[in-house]
Design a protein around this ligand. Structure first.
Ligand code: AVJ
Length: 311
């Protein structure tokens, strides 16, 4: 049984139904997320691009002069990382860049881009899980490491998983190694609600893509018109949560599961958490996991931060 099928069954059998947000990202999901990043309401990408565009020389100034590795977890297409790489090359740093992603398709895209943009860059993509790639890097030599985890991707972890992730990261790094963490900050709740419920319905389509995948890949019989996209935001936990609400009582058959799943009217499937942090939350997270915050870099509107942590 595929992981996808097993995790879909697990999620739809749960009392509080859920589907895992990692399953948004097939080629259609990637395309929809690209569109989300262009939306007026989705301020996150622009805020982080502004930080990296304007402050990369200052960020790079904290990194070693030579012999280090820059490893990026979930690299995307490289548009934002490019600013950082350019600044490091301009500063005549000696380093290699390692985009890490389980999707070799994503790595091909970034490789093509980098060859075109920065032919002098030394880089080696790694098609692997984050931590197995990091441990392979650590085994190669004892070069200093700077891990990039951008795009507020840390927000997608459930509360307990953040701690698991951070302690793995602490184990994977040596003393004095760096982490550059991109995080969307807690802010006016209405601003956040709009970012996850845009007027053009792109975020809704992105959310629905998970049902479309179940239909296409698992023989599901979801009628998308019988669900609605719903998002809320809790200013205390900082959690923006996306759901798909069943508009009526229905039983939905999934061929590969060999069974149906029951939905009450108004029953919700939780599909994504995008957690926001305050600077104080981040200070506590860093301390809890044995990191020191070396410097904070913020956009002009204080929506977002890229924080440089040191192990
Ligand atoms: C790519 C996980 C950072 O949570 O903001 C965008 C994904 N979901 N709109 C986020 C997403 C809905 C995004 N991350």
């Amino acid at each position: 049984m595929s992981d996808f099928l097993r995790e879909v069954i697990e999620g739809l059998e749960a009392n509080d139904k859920y589907l895992l947000s990692k399953y948004f990202y097939n080629s259609e999901g990637d395309r929809l997320f690209q569109q989300i990043m262009q939306l007026d309401e989705y301020y996150l990408s622009r805020a982080e691009a502004e930080i990296l565009k304007e402050q990369s020389p200052q960020i790079c100034a904290h990194l070693p002069k030579q012999g280090f590795r820059l490893a990026e977890l979930g690299a995307g297409d490289g548009t934002k990382t490019r600013y950082l790489l350019e600044a490091a090359l301009d500063a005549k740093k000696e380093f290699s860049y390692h985009p890490i992603d389980i999707s070799s398709n994503a790595l091909e895209i970034i490789s093509t881009n980098l060859n075109h943009w920065l032919p002098e860059l030394e880089f080696e993509p790694m098609a692997d899980e984050y931590f197995s790639a990091l441990s392979r890097l650590a085994q190669m030599d004892d070069k200093a490491l700077c891990v990039l985890f951008l795009g507020s991707n840390i927000g997608n972890f459930r509360r307990d998983n953040v701690d698991v992730f951070m302690s793995h990261l602490h184990q994977s790094l040596k003393p004095r190694d760096h982490l550059l963490l991109g995080i969307d900050l807690k802010k006016d709740p209405n601003k956040i609600l709009a970012a996850y419920n845009d007027s053009m319905g792109i975020t809704a389509a992105f959310n629905f893509n998970i049902l479309r995948r179940i239909n296409d890949e698992l023989g599901g019989q979801f009628d998308l018109s019988k669900f609605r996209h719903y998002n809320n935001y809790d200013p205390h936990s900082g959690e923006s949560r996306s759901y798909l609400l069943s508009l009526e009582t229905q039983d939905i058959y999934i061929e590969k599961a060999g069974r149906s799943f029951h939905f009450d009217r108004h029953e919700a499937i939780h599909t994504e958490t995008s957690r926001k942090y305050s600077p104080r939350d981040l200070q506590q997270l860093a301390e809890k996991h044995g990191f020191k915050i070396e410097q904070r870099f913020s956009d002009s509107q204080n929506f977002y931060e890229d924080q440089l942590w040191i192990r």
